[in-house]
Design a protein around this ligand. Sequence first.
Ligand code: ATP
Ligand code: MG
Length: 454
Amino acid sequence: MRHREGDADEPPPRAPSGEARRELPGDLDRTASASDEELDADDDGRPRPTVYPIELDEDRIDPDAAKVVRRLVRSGYEAYLVGGCVRDLLLDRRPKDFDVCTSARPDDVRRLFRNSRVIGRRFRLVHVLFGGGKVIETATFRRAPDADEDRGTEDLLIRNDNVFGEAHQDARRRDFTINALFYDVERCEVLDWVGGMPDIERRAVHTIGKPLVRFLEDPVRILRAIRFSAHRDLGITPEVYDAIVETRTALSRAARPRLFEEVLRLMRGGAAHRALFLCWETGVLDVLLPELSTFLADREEDDDRVWQLLQEIDRRTAENGPLDDVVLWTVLLGEPLREACDGVRDRVETAHEFLEAVVDRLNVPRRIAESIRRIVALMPRLESGRGGRFSRTSLYPMACEVLDIYRAALGDAAEGAFDAPSGNGDGNGADTNGADEGEAPGPRATKRRRRRRR
Ligand code: ATP
Ligand code: MG
């Protein structure tokens, strides 16, 4: 633990101050980030950051997050705003949440804030709690594990990133340069150990260090790169793009709950269309959702339905905030699911089998998979305005939203999109168990058959 010295109200000088201050490097074409060795070192041999005097708009900084930082600093610790909030403020976006990192150990933070709790077993963080359920996550600096500490050279996958460290080490263990900037609230300075500011300037997503290595260490970073690019409208450097293509199959080794969550994050942020397009273009979709990528590869040339549906999701997200997870998944899988069910006698079983593979691969919770299956199976009734008993279930509003999205995105082409079977009873029999969901398709059924990719 390193305590700062000096007056509690005055931030102590950063020795040797000023010397590390540099202009934005003019050469923005570099493809690798600065390594520790390239940076100046202070008297203790610690790499010195490039310091950018930048006054971020106080009004946009969460006052409670600033309070946490200030109290830590006044208690003698180093503390900064870090990660997504600094990146988003610099990109002129409103941050989703504010994270703090500090030299204080979790128990020290806990002692300073009565309204806090320590969470996490593997890596202990402190949640400082404020009114309205606001949480300021406060993490002690940590470093990446040594290369030979936990893994061989063959297997780069990080399994333990649980070691406390110093600020510069904490910066370097992060994923992308734009995510590793520290903001000193007192001094109004951005500290950059990794070349993040130039990447903010040129609006580029670049890994800290070699992209191949960083993606193999943690393949979920591939999806994070795609998400940041899509949602913040940033470019992906060619080196990073190529590494995504090269390492994409490593995604199948990532923890499945993380994959599930990341796919949702791609869908939620208002840029689902761009994110999924990038996944498709890079071949990432082949690994995550081969059902969808095969569908896209085999569709007729003028069939843009999947993209139109995703655009409609983005439009609604911009208008009303993120959609329900069940709605997002149903629309994402809607077209290939519809195709799989096209013309089959037993829609229930077919939808079930289709979803089983996705559930296994991405750890989709049963609750969600079952909801998708029921919505898809019952959609034909809904389309013809015969919700029956289904209309009294909690799934009904979500099913209606899916249908609305189809209608808004596809217009007339949405009619019969779900392969409405003919003569499906009186419309009241559609129960939530899907007892009669497996009828044969009627005249409105989509007749198109697609080539299967081998
Ligand atoms: P968002 O606004 O979407 O939350 P974020 O950058 O805050 O974006 P988080 O998932 O909240 O993303 O992560 C917070 C920070 O933790 C990131 O900015 C990054 O510095 C670091 N981080 C998160 N995931 C990883 C990872 N897989 N590898 C390395 N660093 C990571
Ligand atoms: Mg975040």
